[in-house]
Design a protein around this ligand. Structure first.
Ligand SMILES: C[S@@+](CC[C@H](N)C(=O)[O-])C[C@H]1O[C@@H](n2cnc3c(N)ncnc32)[C@H](O)[C@@H]1O
Length: 375
């Protein structure tokens, strides 16, 4: 049962939610330009099946727009430049009052910019739209945002979107599972976790608080349901609260390499050239002392899988190509580009600079030569 706070039509958006609004809307801003310039694409379908009201307040009480308002304004503006393409936006939330407020704030519809709002169960809506994807939206690209308040994912409703040539962003509310799965007693709550992870509750209790294990289960389900296994791209970024604990992961799923690359780059831009907003150097995660190559004691930040920086990306490249000369640039970027978190688009020069500065890499116009030293 959702709490009163969750039912507030205008709720407070903590900093991690504001980052989420930024990441999704900045992604859409770049995504729509790529698609509109593609002659084969007739238009786009954007679905936010758990949209909320679009209106929040900050901790200072200032009003702030959520993802649906940001995205609809971005798409409305882009469509003015592309009158021969079409955009269809779907916003849904089972709370009527939230949809009522959202409706009053949405931009005006035009001949090529259409908005549908619903107040129903998101999964029921997806099952309806999912059945029509192939027939109704031929040559259109879609983006589905699946953003619940808890770890509740109905895979059969999401599956048609994973199998088609579109993209899906899923909020995996892993903090809910870590906190509540092991103590779940009510049959419907147990069923929720078992369905989300397609795993019996006894096994989930055994997984306990292992965030990486839950993430791995979800990624495996996504790959299986996409029908494309390892050829499907899955990027995953954790979102931290002010206590430095992970609240959720935003998972981007696509069969398009370009979309995968774009989402990773947008996330790194959003987090300020890092892969998350995690604060380093806390009591739980101290900045560590280590010896440098000259035997001097220095402060160093250990590579942290929850918050990579550009040096980590460079180190990942160095470790793979160590000792190799004249490696074609494309080979280096293709290798880095397959990584679920490290960015390439817009980041090649920055990563190249770190490779030269910290790893003694020598670059020519078309290739790179790597030192065989261990770092
Ligand atoms: C995390 S908020 C969505 C935030 C929104 N995507 C944004 O970025 O501004 C989750 C919303 O999903 C709604 N919700 C949760 N489960 C739902 C379901 N099964 N069907 C419809 N709405 C649902 C809740 O009422 C809530 O407003």
């Amino acid at each position: 049962m959702a709490s009163a706070k969750k039912n507030d039509v205008i709720s407070e958006a903590p900093p991690h939610s504001i980052k989420k609004f930024e990441l999704i809307s900045e992604y859409v801003k770049a995504w729509i330009q790529i698609l509109m310039q593609n002659t084969k694409c007739k238009g786009i379908v954007y679905i936010d099946c758990m949209s909320n009201s679009g209106v929040y307040k900050t901790d200072k009480g200032e009003e702030i727009e959520g993802t649906p308002l940001r995205v609809s304004n971005i798409i409305a503006e882009a469509m003015q430049t592309y009158p021969y393409k079409q955009a269809y936006l779907y916003f849904n939330d089972w709370n009527d009052a939230k949809i009522d407020l959202l409706t009053t704030r949405l931009p005006k519809q035009t001949n090529n910019f259409h908005i549908y709002t619903e107040a129903m169960d998101a999964n029921t809506m997806l099952r309806q739209i999912g059945n029509e994807i192939a027939s109704n939206f031929k040559d259109m690209n879609f983006l589905l945002v699946y953003d619940p308040y808890d770890a509740h994912i109905e895979w059969d409703a999401v599956e048609p979107f994973l199998q088609n040539w579109g993209e899906v962003i899923i909020n995996h509310m892993v903090s809910d599972t870590i906190r509540a799965a092991k103590v779940a007693k009510k049959p419907d709550v147990i069923k929720k976790y078992e369905n989300t992870y397609k795993t019996p509750i006894d096994e989930l209790i055994y997984v306990g608080s292992d965030r990486n294990a839950y993430e791995a289960i979800v990624e495996k389900i996504i790959r299986e349901r996409s029908g494309r296994g390892d050829k499907y791209y899955v990027a995953c970024f954790p979102f931290f609260n002010s206590n430095n604990a992970v609240v959720y992961n935003l998972i981007h799923c696509t069969g398009h390499y370009k979309g995968f690359e774009l989402f990773k780059t947008t996330a790194w831009h959003t987090f300020g050239d890092k892969s998350s907003m995690k604060k380093s150097g806390s009591i739980d995660d101290p900045i560590q002392m280590r010896f440098d190559e000259n035997g001097n004691f220095v402060f160093g930040e250990p590579a942290d899988e929850s918050c990579y920086n550009l040096r980590d990306a460079a180190q990942y490249v160095q470790e793979h190509f160590s000792g190799r000369s004249d490696v074609p640039n494309d080979e280096v970027w293709n290798y880095l580009g397959e990584h679920p978190v490290f960015p390439t688009r817009d980041y090649k020069n920055k990563i190249k600079d770190v490779l030269k500065r910290d790893f003694d890499m020598k670059a020519s116009r078309s290739s790179m030569s790597f030192s065989d030293r261990s770092y």
